[in-house]
Design a protein around this ligand. Sequence first.
Ligand SMILES: Nc1ncnc2c1ncn2[C@@H]1O[C@H](COP(=O)(O)OP(=O)(O)OP(=O)(O)O)[C@@H](O)[C@H]1O
Ligand SMILES: [Mg+2]
Length: 258
Amino acid sequence: MHRPCGLHGWIRWWRFVDETSSEVARHRADPLASAVVQLDDVRKSFNRGTPIETEVLHGIDLVLPRGQFCAVMGPSGSGKSTLLNIVGLLDRPTSGRLCICGEDTTVLDDQALTRLRGLSIGFVFQYHHLISAFTAIENVMMPMLGHAHFPDPQMRERAAALLADVELAPWADTPVTQLSGGQQQRVALARALVMNPALLLADEPTGNLDSRSADAVFALLRRFNREQHMSVLFVTHNALLADRCDRTIRVVDGVIGA
Ligand SMILES: Nc1ncnc2c1ncn2[C@@H]1O[C@H](COP(=O)(O)OP(=O)(O)OP(=O)(O)O)[C@@H](O)[C@H]1O
Ligand SMILES: [Mg+2]
C-alpha cells in the first residue's frame, strides 16, 4: 500500500495494518487491576556502555492506585520526564520492573508495548504536538484510527463529544494552527482521552500557558479523573496546582524523596 496522504489515507492505511477486535482485547491491560502503575526498583541510564554513561533514575519504587491524581514535582533535570517516558512505555527501563494495570511490561515486545500504550495510556505534553495540517476534530480522532472497532461515524461522534467537553465544539473543523495555545492544549487533552485510558500522563501540560488557561486545563484534567476514575501523573512546577492533587511525589536527583 502507498504512503498515506490526508486523513482518509491514514485511516485506510491504519486499517490495512490493523488488528482484529480480539487482539485489541488481548492488549488492553486489566481494567480492574487496583494499581494502574507499579514500579519496582526502576533504573534508567543513558549512553550505556560509553564513557558518558549516566544513571538518571536510581531505583524508583512507586504504586499509583486506580483513580489517584498524583502531582510529580522536583527540580529541573531531576528525572521527571524520564520517569514519565518510562511509565508511558515510550522508553524502557535499564533494570527493574514496570507493571501497567497488573501487566508486567518488561517481558513485552515492542509491538505489544505499542498496543498497550495505545489502549491504556493517554499523554499530554508541555507542547501540544498536534498535527498542524489537520483540524481539531481530525487531531482528536487520530488515536482511534488504528482500531477497527471504531467505525467512521462513531469516531467522529466520540471526538465531537470530547471537543464539546473541553468547550471547543465550535472549533471542531478549525485547523489547529488557528487556535490559541490554551485551545490547542485542550485539543491535545481531548485527543489524550479519546481512547478512554486508565492512565493519563501529563508532563507540564500547563507549563506553557497563562494562569487562566492553566487553570482551565487543570480543572478539565481533574474532572475527567473524577468522572472516569482515571489515574493521572501530573508533572508540574506549580505548587498551587500540586496542592489540589490527591498526592504529591518529589523526584530529586533520580530518586523519589520523602
Ligand atoms: N535521551 C537522553 N540522553 C542523555 N541524557 C538524557 C536524555 N534524556 C534526559 N537526559 C538527562 O536526564 C536528566 C533528567 O532529565 P529529565 O528530562 O527527566 O528532567 P526533568 O526533571 O523532566 O527536568 P525539567 O523539569 O527541566 O523538565 C537530565 O540530566 C538530562 O540531561
Ligand atoms: Mg521534564
